[in-house]
Structure formats: C-alpha cells, structure tokens
Design a protein around this ligand. Structure first.
Ligand code: PEP
Ligand code: MN
Length: 338
C-alpha cells in the first residue's frame, strides 16, 4: 500500500500514520520528497481496510500497489531517486556520469594510467573487477583484495569513486573499505541471498540485469535490496541474450525508458557488455544517453588489446575521451548536463 501524505503534513501526523501501519502488521518504508512524504507499506495488506488510514490527519490519499514490485515502483518516489556519493557526486539527477575502467584490475601501472585518463576525460567513477565471474574456471579470476587496494589508491589519487563487483556474501565485508558502489553482475542478479545481504549495508548497489532476465525480474531483484532498507540502488542495462549473433549481447535500449517509466531508480547503460565489440560501444553509448540513461559504464584500458578479460569490447583511453565529448553534446540535446 502507498500512503501519500498532504504537502503540509506535520512530523507528528506522519509518525501517527507510521504507527497505525506498523500496528496493522505492515512494514513501513518512508520517503521524504521535496513536496510530500510518501509511506510504502509492505506485507499483509490484502485484507486491510484502507479507509481507516485515509481518515487519519495529514493523509492525502491511500491506494494499493498493483505492481509486484512495491519499493522499486515509481509510485513510492514519483520525482525519482538521486543517489548522493560521499564526494558530492549525485547520480539520477540532471547531471549524467561515466563509470570507466578495465574489466579486470591487473596492475598498479594499469590502474593509475586508467584513473588519470578517466578523470581527465570527465569520468566520476573508476571501475575494475577484483572478483571476476568468468565462464571458464581456467580464465583469469581477478586479483581480489590486493587489486582493490590498488584501485582505491589510484581512484583517490585522482578524486574518483570506485565501483567493483561483489560475487558472494563473504566478500561484502572485506570490500567495504575499498568500494563506493557495489556491482552485482548479470550472473548474480538472482542470487537472492546476496541481494538480501546487500539490503543490510548502507552503501549504493549497482544491480545489473541478468542476461536472460525481464525488466520485471530486474525490478523484483532490486526489491530484495530495497526492502532491507538500502534504498540506494542503481539499475544497469548490459544487454540480453537473443537469437542475434552479430553482437555478444543485444543492448536493450528500450529498457532505459521502460525503467524510467516504471521505477524511480537511476539506470546506467553498459554498452561494453551490451555489444561485446569495441566499435559498437560508442554508438550504443550515444543511443543510451539519448534514451535517458543516467550514466554509462564503459570498459577502458591503456592497452585495450592486451586486456586480461573482455579485450574485444574494451576502448582505448583516447577513444573514451572522444566518446565523452560526443556524450556531452547529446546530453545537452536531451536537456541534461555531463
Ligand atoms: C563486468 O562488469 O565486467 C561484468 C562481468 O559484467 P556483467 O555482469 O554485465 O557480465
Ligand atoms: Mn567485463
């Protein structure tokens, strides 16, 4: 259920409504918007008589949530979620951001060269995998914590935020000091135990769409994190498997406006995994920004052809720089800044 409070509702009135909802056995998630406070009630609301909440002082409107996702739906935060990072970077607002870095963290040299260049090109986040979900157990599996240590160092040297993939619950705690944004990869979008655990922390999570997942399934997965009280979830379109073989995946650009319509959560586009091909990354990144993405996630490497993983889809640093120039123009054309 959703309880929309009146614009001028007092804190006492809001508290009284929260108490009444809690007493009725529903879990309350509050959002305090610019104009009004909205309370989402999750739990056994089917048999509840909603009119008893409607008459409480300060309440404007009460209705049931018809979609299967309760907290990810736009109704809870009609104006959209803006996620603020500790250095002041805001994601989900008018300003677009870029997250860039290698698929895998390989060396100090690689991470420092990448961080310097990403920053100079206008990126806000340094990406890099320390725990890699590789199709083959014989492929490079990542450097683990020592890799995160050097990514953190490189990011701090250039004022960048760090995004890196977490593959299992046991990695959350050791990763906490090094990352600003936890990435859940496509292969773990439905690792519900991991998602629940990420709902308990208070750091943003980037949830990638599974390669065979519908948008509804993506939103339901985000619900596992949101319902734990971690409301800082960013969704990511990274391409889905279709019958097409010309690209590694099919970048579902339409997912961007669909998510924007259904949900208040920010959405990031990953045209690197979305296409798997270096020369397709820029066109799909441009299309994503035109379609309303809040950020792009791009794999870059100083020596792209020699990257330890995903070399074929990795941009050289100068290609990323050119892409950023193009994206800024497109952002302006669609009423945003970058
Ligand atoms: C990655 O970001 O390197 C990655 C493994 O992504 P995905 O989970 O989308 O395949
Ligand atoms: Mn990759």
């Amino acid at each position: 259920m959703i309880v929309a409070m009146q614009e001028k509702a007092t804190e006492d009135q809001i508290d009284a409504v929260i108490d009444a909802m809690t007493e009725a056995g529903v879990e309350v998630h509050r959002t305090t918007g610019e104009v009004q406070t909205i309370l989402a009630g999750v739990g056994p609301t089917a048999g509840l008589d909603l009119s008893k909440f409607e008459i409480l002082p300060g309440v404007m409107r009460v209705h049931r949530i018809s979609s299967p996702y309760k907290l990810a739906g736009r109704g809870w935060r009609p104006e959209g979620t803006i996620i603020q990072f500790r250095n002041g970077v805001k994601l989900g607002g008018e300003r677009l951001h870029a997250m860039a870095g290698p698929c895998s963290i390989e060396s100090r040299e690689q991470m420092f060269a990448t961080a310097k260049s990403v920053k100079a090109s206008g990126g806000a986040f340094l990406r890099g995998g320390a725990y890699k979900p590789r199709s083959s157990p014989y492929s490079f599996q990542g450097l683990g914590i020592p890799g995160l240590e050097l990514m953190r160092e490189a990011a701090d040297a250039h004022g960048l935020l760090v995004v890196s993939e977490v593959m299992e619950i046991a990695q959350i705690e050791p990763m906490l000091p090094f990352v600003d944004l936890f990435q859940v990869g496509a292969r773990n979008m439905q690792n519900f135990n991991l998602l629940r655990e990420l709902g308990q922390i208070r750091k943003p999570v980037l949830l990638k769409r599974g390669m065979a997942a519908t948008i509804e399934e993506l939103l339901l997965s985000s619900e596992y994190i949101l319902s734990g009280g971690n409301y800082d979830v960013i969704l990511c379109e990274r391409g889905i498997r279709t019958y097409e073989t010309a690209t590694r995946n099919t970048m579902d650009i339409s997912a961007i406006p669909v998510v924007k319509k259904l949900s208040h959560l920010p959405i990031v586009a990953d045209p690197s995994h979305g296409t798997g091909l270096r020369d397709m990354v820029a066109p799909l990144a441009r299309a994503s920004v035109a379609a309303g993405a809040d950020a792009v996630l791009v794999e870059v490497h100083p020596n792209a052809d020699k990257a330890a993983s995903d070399a074929a889809q990795t941009l050289y640093l100068d290609q990323f720089d050119q892409l950023m120039n193009d994206l800024r123009l497109i952002a302006t054309a669609v009423g945003r800044t970058m």
